[in-house]
Design a protein around this ligand. Sequence first.
Ligand code: PLZ
Length: 458
Amino acid sequence: MPRASRPVGGPGLTQVRRITGEIPGPRSRELLARQRTLVPAGVGSTLPVFVEAAGGGVIVDADGNSFIDFGSGIAVTTVGNSAPAVAERAAAQLRRFTHTCFLVNPYESYLDVCAKLNEYAPVPGEKRTLLVNSGAEAVENAVKIARAATGRPGVVVFDHAFHGRTLLTMSLTAKNKPYKQGFGPFAPEVHRAPMAYPYRWPSGPADCAAEAADALEDLLDRQVGADNAAAVLVEPIQGEGGFIVPAPGFLPRVAEICRARGILLIADEVQSGIARTGHMFACEHEGVRPDLITTAKGLAGGLPLGAVTGRAELMDAVPAGGLGGTFSGNPVACEAALGVFAEIEAHDLLERALAIGDTMLGRLDALRDAHPVIGDVRGRGAMAAIELVEPFGERLPAPDLAARIARRCHAEGLMVLTAGSYGNVLRFLPPLSIPDDLLVEGLSLLGEAVAAEAASVV
Ligand code: PLZ
């Protein structure tokens, strides 16, 4: 039974951390038992506390616990949960009409979202935007468009990449367990190049960008054949793979390599895009101008919406009827997206993301200096991470330690997420609406959790 009165979310929610007992609490444990009888085992939860309200910088659960939110539902509620402009616009749209199918009868809000993305996307020249329902669908469509526009089949992706869970996007994703195991055969014409991962590059970080770019060139010219490759698809900051910021200079080199061969560059900004890193798009940090950009997560504040934004002549290469979907560009999600852009513009959230990044990276650097189990600190803006390793030398990944630190944070009321090909990364994605005192409190809790768990390793 739901509780009689439920808290209202959004920024009005009391901004405190509060833990009432064991986590998950009794009501969440009851609901989890119910989940196990209703939902397949393949659907897991990082922290199975059942949510009643969220907003500002907190998530409140069914037992009255209030967690500091360092996850934003995986980089989705960037402007804050139930942010006023998002909630109001979506609610008003719900009362006007919920659906017509844009392929049947169009509506103007779809165009307004496309206009915003075309305005902000660092894609050169005239632009077009296609709306879809999810990140995976955005990536699938970007590949379809790239193939149609070039007449070539091949797609090059990178080590540590995550692009989705559908057949094509799972094939584009690097990590086997849990994403691919048992789900083959996979889609063909997918080729994988090494990522310029400075912390783990064999010869060290100094030559990482140049050597990784050489490896991409070699893969294209010697194995794939450049004129068989439609696109190189890259996350400007790798998300699920561990918040890997490519070595400086790598992304511009990738863009050059593509341009010289008539291969399209697709930036998958599903996790890094929409103000998360202090720019609207993470590729702007290095002045990279992709041919196509995919977005989703932060785009509509939690309502399902994804997009492909690209050069007009590529986007228009697919004839009418070749792109679409029943729910794609749903009008409620479009209004929510317009609310997201309104929040970003009204509250200067790009600056806010940079300020949050300064606070986080400053604190995390200090933590690394104190604790040799933190091998690397990285990120941009409000997208930061630490990579946990065995102490003393070899940079061996420490996934159990990462999991223990995450559990300790959860028990103390700090929502953090893990990531990484080796499962040894803790990532921090606070909503940009988080108050400063909660941000600092969360970082202090993290520091205490690292200290407590590191003490049990050394
Ligand atoms: N591209 C870069 O990060 C989704 C996945 C959560 P969807 N990342 C979170 C999980 O375990 O399924 C993601 C991404 C990048 C594509 C996607 C896929 O986006 O909206 O989940 O389909």
